[in-house]
Design a protein around this ligand. Sequence first.
Ligand code: B3K
Ligand code: ZN
Length: 844
Amino acid sequence: PQPVFLSDYTPFGYLVEDVHLTFRLDPQATRVISRIRFRPNPDTTDRGFFLHGEQLRLVTARIDGATITPRITERGLTCDVPDAPFTFQAEVEIAPAANTALEGLYLSNGMYCTQCEAEGFRKITFYPDRPDVMSVFTVRIEGSEPVKLSNGNPTAQGDGWAEWHDPWPKPAYLFALVAGDLVAHADRFTTASGRDVALNIWVRPDDQGKCAFGMEALKRAMLWDEKAYGREYDLDIFNIVAVDDFNMGAMENKGLNIFNSSCVLASPDTSTDANYERIEAIIAHEYFHNWTGNRITCRDWFQLCLKEGLTVFRDAQFTSDIRSAPVKRISDVIALRARQFREDNGPLAHPVRPSSFVEINNFYTATVYEKGAELVGMLKTLVGDDAYAAALDTYFDRHDGQAVTIEDWLKVFEDVTGRDLSQFKRWYTDAGTPRLRVSDAWQDGTYTLTFRQMTPPTPGQPDKAPRVIPIAVGLLNPNGDEVLPTTLLEMTEAEQSFAFPGLATKPVPSILRGFSAPVILERATDNSERAFLLAHDTDPFNKWEAGRALGRDMLMRMALTGGDADAAYLDALRAVLRDDSLDPAFRALALRPPAQDDIAQALHDAGHTPDPQAIYQAADRLGQQMAGHMADLLQGLYQAMAVPGPYSPDAEAAGKRDLQGLVLSLLTRRDGGQTARAQFAAADNMTQQLTALSCLMARQLGQQESQAFHDQWRHDRLVMDKWFALTVAHARPEDAAAGAAELAAHPDFNIRNPNRFRAVFGALAGHAAGFHHASGQGYATLADWLIRLDPINPQTTARMCAAFETWRRYDSARQAHARAALQRILATDTLSRDTTEMVSRILD
Ligand code: B3K
Ligand code: ZN
């Protein structure tokens, strides 16, 4: 398959005045009747007329009423058109029931729904399916389903039909249709300017009791966007629909957001604290897209980060505002390192704005989303809060209703601040995580920090020029007092020094506070300085980071030598654990050691070949030694973190339960599972039930509880996903692959449901010692199942191939197993374009 290049962009030769669509719903043979008014685009002289269309059976096509016989290929349709405004009409037939790829119009549990981003609309009808073609849609749905929804406002309905009109011009990727036997959890919201908006969360009747939290989250998000960004909602109705079979989390279709049911349905007895927080964030994220994505959209798919990076940044601000800002920042950096740094350091590395792709669905990545959000955060840090606010106001004013580029975005900041952002733009165009090496000097009362930046080569980009890096720094006196509060250093050279004169004693530096740039900080430092920062840093992120670095280096050493944990480290953790002035959620983050995959990456970066089994054992030893070192504190803390009263998912209660769960995992290493069993039996909420089960299973003590859990929840799909995932996650390394394969034979396993597939095989991929087991069984088993899934659902298959992206870190025997598995996937007959691209890049 041929790649598409950013540099080849040309506008479409025609503008679309408006679109009328009629759907006659039928599982095997839905008719889609379109009437599209085109006129020549004055901005171009290119008059080639091509409409995308895939897997469509054309029944009739007309231009200005006259039947035509267009030329049709696998990718779309061409025909001769007048050099003047004209109307194109088509009737096509599609088969939603046969659509297992979950892209276009498909059926999920008898309910019709759509997913069009990025290029799914072309599986619904012939259309210029590109984001820079924006138009006004009117939709008529005919069918016996009691509820029929589309974008915009409802305009008319009768027996067996409903009509919708969306007044806001939009690209086809934001089109949506839903029809089924649904019930609404309804509410209302009045916007700042007094618009009364009807809000609905549509679900299957059984799920009606799981909507209240999502609705509250939606209203919080609507209010927040008015206050923080001055953005109001712009239709009379906002609908959310929960769908069980969905390739990702959710989709921001105009006025009709469609959600994976796991990202909207919540109840105390079936959802964990983490689920609640994620639901709140995703509802906010999709809602925020109404302005950053929908009103202002992307000119082409290379600009995906324009909407995704900005919207992730906005949802993170929202979560920080309504929960704990330091906890949110720390959690986001943990995720960034685990997913984006890993991606940036392997064969799938690509710029935040890629310059070519084969299948755009393969670029909905941690780099585009999470690193994209970091770039927005760095811009804000560099220009300051007020200029950021002014720039966003200008962006909304200047580009409302347009499909724009990263150049347009940066130009807004340049115009508002007078800054030249050409060097900053490298963050968008150059892949790779910069390494920032720091050294210091102390002379005559002046402390000097010297930084060197270096970005390693990434696929297609051997050499990297220096970037502008905002480095937030503070200085502490050896007694713990802050002598320099957080100060921003702006690094622009490959190597640069910053002097701090007039100090009485040599300070201790706290560098990259708040993680002010997505870089890897390299600094030769000793553990006593880290322990000092863990105890004294006033910046919560760097306080956590100091402990993290200690834990990482120690685990690396333990994995390499088979040795024990440092007593000094255990003492430092003990001090954090008992420090009641610290937020319990922060304490839990500080006590949780780095993930095994992070240790593997760190060992690889340090020039070692990581041994997943040795890392697994080191992590286990550390847990055992932590439990021993803190044994006398555990029962007391376990009791102290109990949250009285009925369950509430608020941040404070969730933080206590998180710390309590961590304490329980240590306690379970000492009391044979007694406390965990009691908690499992008494739990009145999923967080505590699942935590208890997880603690037991981690010690291979939970067979009975696992069975009881299974029997209790076997009729709840979302809870069963947790059970499937936990069963694999807690398998012994040597059993993980076989365990996953065995679960795939469970009567409730369903390869067509992405949540269930991810529960089992995502958990295998996430089981570092199991997936990378020396036998090669982890690789072989995942390959077996990806080969099976590919013809059913290429998107989810391709995404899960990223499990293999770290294969070159390991020893030659493991590499041979991984290569064989990857080559076996690639050799599969009629492998999808999506998976072909991913596996080829990984093997390259
Ligand atoms: N924009 C969608 C993602 C679409 C993914 C297409 N493969 C959800 C989001 O980012 O909000
Ligand atoms: Zn998004």
